[in-house]
Design a binder for this molecule. Structure first.
Ligand code: E4P
Length: 222
């Protein structure tokens, strides 16, 4: 499973990209609203930092306007993936952009039925939202499994992006069921890496290495 980062925060993208683990980036209007700078400059900088699919979401609400905005976003960089909501105008716009060869990520997907419609319209990626489904008392991981199973059984050339990830457990479960991608907030990357036994073990190795170095220094001939 590939790991994407879900943020528009350039410093955070740069930090996690430095780990060598990122295969792509997703953004959305809320994530963009949380950072300073022009949208286009942010997308360009992200494309410089990560060599992979970079989702840029449209804000238009009619199919015609979505297509226009999607074409403009796709023109910013060859790695831009146009992100469109899973609704009727979004499907119409997906079909049109797909015909132009522009990759689309259909977002705000919650069910296998929605995912099948997105795939059928020609979406290259579909993003089931796990955390937001959990938030309303459903099982987001089970809903993701239904999407993965349904698409696996079809002929569509579509990849599942596990979205609205809230914990390392979401990422692990997505990987185990064979989801193609998980898009992960920076905070969850930190949670995935941290382990008290790793910290404790490293502290002991460093202390033992320092003790050995001090002993060796003390016995060295002048
Ligand atoms: C996906 O592409 C979205 O940007 C994102 O995962 C939404 O997550 P949230 O529910 O934490 O806002």
């Amino acid at each position: 499973m590939k790991l994407f980062i879900d943020t528009a925060d350039i410093a955070e993208i740069e930090r996690i990209a430095g780990w060598g683990v990122l295969a792509g980036v997703t953004t959305n209007p809320s994530l963009l609203a949380a950072v300073e700078g022009s949208e286009d400059d942010i997308y360009k900088r992200i494309c410089e930092l990560v060599d992979g699919p970079i989702s840029a979401e449209v804000t238009a609400d009619t199919a015609k306007a979505m297509v226009k905005e999607g074409r403009r976003l796709a023109g910013i960089h060859p790695n831009i993936v146009v992100k469109l909501p899973t609704c009727a105008p979004g499907l119409t716009a997906t079909a049109e952009l797909a015909q132009d060869g522009i990759p689309v990520n259909m977002t705000l997907c919650f069910t296998a039925s929605q995912a099948l419609l997105a795939a059928s319209a020609g979406a290259r990626y579909v993003s089931p939202f796990v955390g937001r489904y959990d938030d309303i008392g459903n099982d987001g991981i089970e809903a993701l499994r239904e999407v993965v199973d349904a698409l696996f059984a079809t002929e569509y050339d579509v990849q599942v992006i596990t979205a609205s990830v809230r914990s390392p457990v979401h990422v692990q479960e997505a990987a185990k069921m064979g989801a193609d991608i998980a898009t992960i907030p920076p905070k969850v990357f930190d949670q995935m890496l941290a382990h008290p036994l790793t910290d404790k073990g490293l502290e002991k190795f460093n202390a033992d290495a320092a003790a050995r170095a001090a002993k060796t220094k003390g016995t060295r001939k002048k």
